[in-house]
Design a protein around this ligand. Structure first.
Ligand code: ADP
Ligand code: MG
Length: 292
């Protein structure tokens, strides 16, 4: 491409809130056939809200929420913020946590009110040698609605669950339809569990899901697809997504996301809406057509 045509394209992109880092990103983007999208904060608003607290018999709703929220004060994860905000809205007073520890992609643990407490997904509680038990059916029903369920473990036994919902961005469904029409295969990658992922993917017509994914798995998935000859773009917003954005042929960061994600990406969508990808593709095509 001529420097002039590239400057025109990047200038038009910038006006529309699509920041294209350099000529290489634009040129590569024209050849992309596969788009991997992170779920939380990319397809969804990334502003989860606490929607349910279900205690096991023998435990109170307020107690379960107090233990969970007290522990989550130590975490910066959006799910943690949802649980803390939910407790505050419900007038539940928080305590002080000790020995706090975050387990990446799984949850958090520590001590509250002298009890050992852990909170997280199935992988988290299985690491502790625990199975979900009686709450399992409730958990699945909520996941089928696209909610994220976390188990609260007190002294080595499940005391309840908390469930959080993160609405899909208003612009996501139309953007995905347009991206399909442009010929992208769309794969959703998420640290969330398979059941929740499937419920969200079904609503959006996503081609394929990779669930229960740890940050390092995202890089592996991209390498695998690249090994099959696919040209892969990855869209994400989180600190955790940065290595995958760097590995992709083109990384696409949400401007609303973490700085390190933006630094690792070739394209940044200022408003964090996926319709920016549609625009980027059209710009890339128009630019490349001019030079051939
Ligand atoms: P993603 O951003 O794709 O949802 P993460 O790797 O951040 O993925 O999280 C994966 C899963 O790990 C979450 O869906 C949740 O079940 C669990 N998890 C991570 N951090 C926390 C936390 N602070 N509190 C509770 N659960 C957590
Ligand atoms: Mg995310």
């Amino acid at each position: 491409a001529t420097p002039m045509s590239i400057m025109t394209a990047t200038g038009r992109g910038a006006q529309a809130g699509v920041l294209i880092k350099n000529a290489e990103a634009l040129e590569r983007f024209e050849k992309i056939d596969t788009l991997i999208v992170d779920k939380t904060g990319t397809l969804t608003l990334g502003k989860p809200e606490l929607v349910a607290v279900l205690p096991e018999p023998g435990h109170g709703e307020a107690d379960v929420l107090r233990l969970a929220a007290t522990l989550e004060k130590g975490s910066e994860h959006p799910l943690a913020e949802a649980i803390v905000a939910g407790a505050e809205e419900r007038g539940v007073a928080l305590g002080e946590a000790e020995d706090f520890e975050a387990v990446t992609g799984k949850g958090v643990k520590g001590r509250v009110d002298g009890h050992s407490v852990a909170l997280g997904n199935l992988a988290m509680i299985r690491d502790l040698g625990i199975e979900p038990g009686a709450l399992s059916d409730h958990a699945n029903a909520r996941r089928d609605q696209g909610e994220t369920v976390m188990f609260v473990v007190v002294e080595g036994a499940v005391a309840g669950l908390v469930s959080v919902a993160d609405p899909v961005k208003e612009t996501t469904p139309a953007a995905l339809t347009a991206l399909h029409e442009l010929g992208f295969r769309i794969i959703m990658a998420t640290g969330d569990n398979e059941r929740t992922a499937r419920a969200v993917a079904a609503r959006l017509g996503i081609d394929e899901i990779r669930a229960d994914v740890l940050p390092e798995d995202k890089v592996r998935i991209i390498k695998e697809l690249q090994g099959q000859g696919r040209k892969v773009a990855m869209a994400g917003d989180g600190v955790n997504d940065a290595p995958a954005l760097a590995q992709a042929d083109v990384g696409i960061a949400m401007g609303t996301g973490a700085d390190v994600a933006i630094e690792s990406a070739g394209i940044t969508l200022v408003k964090g809406n996926l319709d920016g990808i549609v625009r980027a593709r059209r710009l890339a095509r128009a630019t490349m057509r001019n030079i051939r």
